[in-house]
Design a protein around this ligand. Structure first.
Ligand SMILES: Nc1ncnc2c1ncn2[C@@H]1O[C@H](COP(=O)(O)OP(=O)(O)OP(=O)(O)O)[C@@H](O)[C@H]1O
Length: 265
């Protein structure tokens, strides 16, 4: 079943268009990476799908039109991690992650044992157990990012909208997160839409790429179809080789524009 369908979406800020006729479709349990240069409209698309920005066009989530979903229904269905969230700095990490359970709490809004165990599990999955008692304001940039993702995981939403989830994470934590998302997708059928700047990681984990440029879809499809040196030059102004690694995975390797480097070995 199609989990996310976006049809001819237009959105903007103060009359200035940022998305112009964007369409995309993703099956349940799929992973769509939204890529494109700075200012292309990637975050705007995620905000529109999350219902945080007015738009023209249609967005359907799990077969239901997004604008007809109640706030609580939407919060159960979508877990959204913005690029630069404003955090309640005085809150402890565990209490912040518990906020992810809010859409599931009963009328008295008291968390139960299940909620606390989901929070513990989310903290462990993001390697935050040892930091559970720390105030958010004391965390490093990457630790804060992981706390935000732990809150989103605790929500147990069927569709995750993650804006630059690996930004600020070291290589190991970035890889662990992507592997975790991949497992959620294949084991629980979670659907993932993420924006990504690292095109090699995008190609390794996402099954579909949506390349946005200047608010429009420049290309869509499997990574090998979308990521060509020609498109990287045209839309990113970058010179890069698209290599195929030993396991068949794509590697996007930027190349120097000047003369070939002197061999330093
Ligand atoms: N709050 C805002 N007010 C006005 N213009 C905005 C706002 N947010 C984004 N824009 C503009 O909308 C366009 C798309 O921005 P968006 O944040 O969606 O790009 P992006 O592809 O996510 O970029 P990046 O890779 O730099 O994060 C840009 O021209 C940006 O300047």
């Amino acid at each position: 079943m199609t989990a996310v369908r976006v049809v001819d979406v237009h959105a903007g800020y103060g009359g200035r268009p940022a998305l112009r006729g964007v369409s995309a479709e993703l099956r349940g349990g799929g992973w769509l990476a939204v890529v494109g240069p700075n200012g292309a409209g990637k975050s705007t698309l995620l905000k529109a799908v999350a219902g945080l920005l007015p738009f023209r066009g249609d967005v359907t989530l799990d077969g239901k039109r997004a604008e007809l979903l109640s706030r609580k229904e939407k919060a159960r269905l979508i877990g959204y991690a913005p690029q630069n969230p404003v955090l309640p700095e005085g809150l402890r990490v565990a209490d912040y992650v518990l906020l992810g359970r809010t859409p599931h709490l009963g009328p008295l809004a008291r968390e139960g044992r299940d909620d606390l165990s989901i929070v513990d599990n989310s903290l462990a999955r993001l390697d935050l157990t040892g930091l559970a008692g720390r105030k958010l304001r004391t965390l490093s940039g990457g630790e804060r990012r992981r706390a935000v993702l732990a809150r989103v995981l605790a929500q147990r939403a069927r569709i995750l909208l993650l804006d630059e989830p690996t930004a600020g994470l070291d290589l190991g934590h970035a890889q662990e997160l992507l592997e975790l998302l991949d497992r959620l997708r294949s084991e629980d059928g979670t659907t993932v839409v993420s924006t990504v700047h690292d095109l090699t990681l995008a190609a390794q984990y996402a099954e579909e790429l949506l390349l946005l440029a200047d608010g429009e879809v420049a290309a869509a499809g499997a990574p090998a179809e979308v990521l060509t040196p020609d498109r990287l030059a045209r839309h990113y102004g970058a010179t890069a080789d698209v290599l195929v690694a030993s396991r068949g995975e794509l590697v996007i390797a930027p190349t120097r524009r000047g003369p070939a480097p002197v061999n330093r070995t």
